[in-house]
Ligand binder design. Structure first.
Ligand code: AMP
Ligand code: GLY
Length: 417
């Protein structure tokens, strides 16, 4: 099977790594990719947002499967363009990707499907904003309706800050604050059959102790020893299957990866958000634990034959990933700095610890930083404590001037807290 992966972050590196280990994959391409992905896939330049260009590339490569990684191409209809060219594609249509592309659409689908989520108002005028903020009280949760690369959500005790964010958006969702730990649960679906993956937890704040600004994600781990063993079954029944059924009922079936961001509140599990693609950095730890070869599962979702795919098999191992970010991330990050120590990790720590590249590129023989999140250092171990130890040992070998990482990824969970 020839597979083309669209994107170029750590999620795509994790996907390409798994696909490269799958004996069913005879050729693996990634467009545009990054310096790390180049070690496991052949890179091709492409504008990932240009559906016609992606479809042309897939046709030229005679791809049997195209996997679209990030949300922006999905919302832009790249999966539709590839499907129209007659090539199976893992990733939802533009219409179904509105589940991530519009918070208001997601709320509407959840209401229709009876999926538990925060109570909310969709506001378009300053009067509606004030009424909604007043109705819920602090802490205020204010979400830009559209795609905002993780920067559209403000959670604050400060009414003036909440109001200012709301008035800066054309359309805004204001909702009830949800208390309790967050869980990311992914499911692969062909629009009918839904196959849940293992839950993971992501660390969204920049600094240790969940301080500092929100980021795209600074680390993740899986499994969640503290979670109810029935969590996956419960979320399947209450959230994932009803959502997939509702989108099919509307004539916009969702195929690809349905990502449920959940809050485990004292009043039960609630959906915080949906995403229409694999989450980053959770994918790095979830795929590290998946034993089943990936290509056949993704192809089953793409072709509508997921029901025939055998149940997924998981490793007993735990996995941890620690993100190394650029100087000044999540503000305007500094890029172009050389990265050293990658060869040492490969020589000393493999195969249980490895570096996935998020934002990197080649500059001559050197690998340099090319984004806010630069590397996602991933390790597996017999439990979270061991996986953590291996990940941080590898992190310590990496030298990137001005870089930052959290030192407490999975620390509480590893200690049984
Ligand atoms: P989202 O982009 O919807 O995932 O929001 C980003 C982050 O904001 C989430 O991961 C939560 O930490 C936080 N958040 C979003 N909605 C709520 C809510 N209703 N209550 C509490 N925190 C929230
Ligand atoms: N880990 C958060 C996200 O992928 O949106």
């Amino acid at each position: 099977m020839k597979v083309l992966v669209i994107g170029g972050g750590a999620r795509e590196h994790a996907l390409c790594r798994s696909l490269s280990l799958d004996s069913a994959v005879s050729a693996l391409y990634c467009a545009p990719g990054n310096a790390g992905i180049a070690e496991v896939a052949e890179l091709r330049p492409v504008d990932a947002l240009d559906g016609a260009a992606v479809a042309a590339l897939a046709t030229e490569l005679e791809a049997d499967l195209v996997v679209v990684g990030p949300e922006a191409p999905l919302v832009a209809g790249v999966a539709d363009a590839v499907r129209a060219a007659g090539i199976p594609v893992f990733g939802p249509s533009a219409e179904a990707a509105q589940l991530e592309g519009s918070k208001a659409f997601a709320k509407d689908v959840m209401a229709a499907a009876g999926v538990p989520t925060a109570r909310s108002y969709v506001c378009t005028t300053p009067e509606e904003v004030d009424e909604a903020l007043d109705a819920f009280g602090a802490p205020y949760v204010v979400k830009d309706d559209g795609l905002a690369a993780g920067k559209g959500v403000v959670v604050t005790e400060d009414l003036a800050v909440a109001r200012a964010h709301a008035l800066g958006c054309d359309r805004v969702v204001i909702e009830e604050y949800l208390d309790g730990p967050e869980v990311s649960l992914f499911a692969i679906t062909d629009g009918v059959t839904v196959v849940p993956l293992q839950p993971a937890q992501d660390f969204k704040r920049a600094l240790d102790g969940d301080e500092g600004p929100n980021t795209g994600g600074m680390g993740a781990y899986s499994p969640l020893p503290w979670a109810d063993p029935k969590l996956v079954d419960e979320v399947m029944e209450l959230v994932l299957q009803p959502t997939v059924d509702e989108l099919r009922r509307r004539g916009t079936p969702f195929s690809g990866l349905l990502y449920a961001g959940l809050a485990i509140t004292s009043r039960g599990t609630r959906v915080i958000e949906f995403n229409a693609r694999f989450g980053d950095p959770e994918t790095q730890v979830v795929l590290a634990r998946l034993r089943t070869p990936l290509a056949g599962v993704l192809l089953g979702a793409a072709k509508g034959t997921l029901e025939a795919v055998p149940p997924l098999v998981w490793r007993e191992d735990a996995a941890v990933t620690v993100v190394i970010a650029s100087h000044n991330y999540p503000e305007t990050p500094r890029t172009g700095d050389p990265i050293e120590g990658l060869a040492e990790v490969a020589a000393e720590d493999g195969p249980d610890a490895y570096v996935l590249h998020a934002g990197t590129r080649h500059e001559g023989d050197a690998v340099v930083s090319a984004g806010g999140r630069v590397l996602s250092v991933t390790a597996t171990g017999s439990d979270l404590a061991q996986a953590r130890e291996k990940a941080y040992k590898a992190v310590a070998r990496i030298r990137l001037d001005g870089s930052q990482h959290r030192t407490d990824i999975a620390a509480k969970a590893a200690e049984g807290r």
